[in-house]
Design a protein around this ligand. Sequence first.
Ligand code: SF4
Length: 118
Amino acid sequence: MEQIITCINCPVGCRMTVALNDQGEVVSVSGNTCARGEKYARQECTLPLRMITAVIPCENSEIPLSVKTAEPVPKHLISAVMNQLKKVKVAAPVKLGQVILPNVCETGVDIIATRPLS
Ligand code: SF4
């Protein structure tokens, strides 16, 4: 089986062809211009990852708090992460980079604030 993937690591946007065996393992990657593209293609075809950003209400502020995952998390967990975020209670003051929700969905990745809120 083959998958066509566009690399998103730089503006060049190389179009890559990824060959997979019957077990879903990557056999080869072609069309990439550099090693970053191959790494991205292998990750995207086996366990795609995404950064998640969101805005959550702040109990004592009219301004909501913008948050994100500190690192990319498995794409299939996006809904689960968003559901956990709906239950989070946060109050100002919040520092930039403050951990709002540690180890979201047992991923080992924290949800952090992307702005301060006073
Ligand atoms: S393979 Fe390399 S050159 Fe091509 S888009 Fe990805 S990062 Fe850019």
